[in-house]
Design a protein. Structure first.
Length: 103
């Protein structure tokens, strides 16, 4: 659980730890991406070494970085969306962003 410091100085609990199981779906998505990446590595090894189809093995071997990069992108978008909601939803949130950017 992460604590956020509000402008008034009071500590607030982070919303991702409790409600609606949102954190659980992100974790499940990451687990699926890891399983898919591991499965594609195994399939690439199978094609490359056991079947002797080196071209197909190399092609399938390129899938894990792509899967993990796409999963990372989706996680970063979810974090940015939550940040936008929390900053724009709180009173004075937009003003604090402007002060941080020096405008």
């Amino acid at each position: 659980m992460t604590l956020l410091q509000s402008e008034s100085g009071a500590a607030e609990a982070d919303a991702s730890s409790g409600e609606g199981g949102e954190g659980m779906t992100e974790t499940r998505g990451a687990d699926i991406a890891l399983l898919a990446s591991a499965a594609s590595v195994l399939l690439a090894w199978h094609q490359f070494y056991l079947k002797g189809n080196k071209t197909r093995g190399l092609f399938i071997g390129l899938w894990p970085p792509t899967i993990l990069a796409f999963s990372s992108y989706l996680n970063q978008r979810a974090i940015l969306d939550k940040l936008d909601q929390s900053l724009l939803g709180s009173p004075g949130g937009l003003d604090s962003i402007r002060r941080l950017l020096g405008e």
